[in-house]
Design a protein around this ligand. Structure first.
Ligand code: FES
Length: 285
């Protein structure tokens, strides 16, 4: 048991349970936090969740197997979740799923031998207008735009865009040996600022549209933020770590990194009061 539930998870769960008059009410969230440990729920982790939530293991197991967001086996680095529900189905989800199975050499529910991709079929992802759609880990992806996964308005998956997404995943795996660890809200953790993110149902809004462009002055970084943002931290990657390179004001729209070079990676972490947003997407100059 101990090896599946770390002290950090226990601490978060203890804090969570205090917010619920009936501990069983916290079960969904306890399972979610516990899953962040390994990326999946082992049967003994589910039993542990049942114990701390004071419900039967059968009930916890029923909950954990009902929702597709809970995983019961290790998955590949990129979990590709293809929506098969009605809107996506009528927009051609079945042919996209078959194409993906053919291109990856696996069936939905399986993982590639190199552990890079796991494919699953899921029900409505709530992005019906873009059908057919998929999630790559926690991100919607129907295309790759400016080197990032994206779901442009009314653009669904087709063969060409599916190829781009698969190529993006392979390229990322080659460039970045390990996928950044995500917290239970989907934010990337392990960052100087991002790791302080609190478990909150209304997290601070992250910066959007970050774009780094190398020019004769170094690297120009631009972004967009929501009005409630009160502080901005701009970070550049050095080796495996992110370094703070500046705190532009919330009125700024651009930052010039005079020591930046082509190929540098940038991201932004915003704050709204004391709440820290998940890091923005990464932009490479
Ligand atoms: S039916 Fe696919 S996202 Fe809703």
């Amino acid at each position: 048991m101990v090896e599946f539930v770390s002290d950090a998870v226990k601490e978060r769960v203890d804090a969570l349970l205090k917010q619920y008059p009936v501990k069983q009410g916290a079960l969904l969230e306890v399972l979610w936090v516990a899953q962040s440990e390994l990326g999946w729920l082992a049967p003994k982790t589910v039993k542990w969740a049942a114990q701390v939530c004071e419900c039967s293991p059968a009930h916890a197991w029923g909950v954990a197997t009902f929702y597709t967001m809970y995983k019961h086996a290790p998955t590949g680095r990129f979990l590709l979740q293809f929506c098969q529900n009605i809107c996506c189905y009528t927009a051609g989800a079945e042919s996209i799923i078959s194409l993906a199975e053919k291109k990856l050499g696996i069936k939905a529910g399986e993982t590639t031998k190199d552990n890079l991709f796991t494919m699953v079929r899921v029900e409505c992802l709530g992005a019906c207008g873009n059908g057919p759609v998929m999630l790559v880990n926690d991100d919607f992806a129907t295309d790759v735009v400016n080197g990032e996964l994206a779901m442009p308005l009314n653009i669904g998956l087709n063969e060409e865009r599916l190829d781009k997404i698969i190529a993006w995943c392979k390229e990322r795996a080659a460039k970045m040996p390990q996928e950044p660890k995500r917290d239970p809200l989907g934010g990337i953790t392990g960052a100087v600022h991002g790791e302080a993110q609190a478990l909150d149902f209304a997290p601070a809004p992250p910066a959007l549209g970050i774009k780094a462009t190398a020019n004769e002055n170094g690297v120009s970084v631009v972004w967009k933020i929501a009005p409630e943002v009160t502080a901005i931290a701009l970070e550049r990657k050095k080796g495996n770590k992110w370094e703070l390179i500046g705190n532009p004001s919330v009125k700024d729209k651009e930052f010039i990194d005079a020591s930046g070079k082509p190929g540098c990676e940038y991201r932004i972490i915003t704050k709204s009061g004391e709440r820290v947003a998940k890091p923005s997407a990464v932009s490479i100059s």
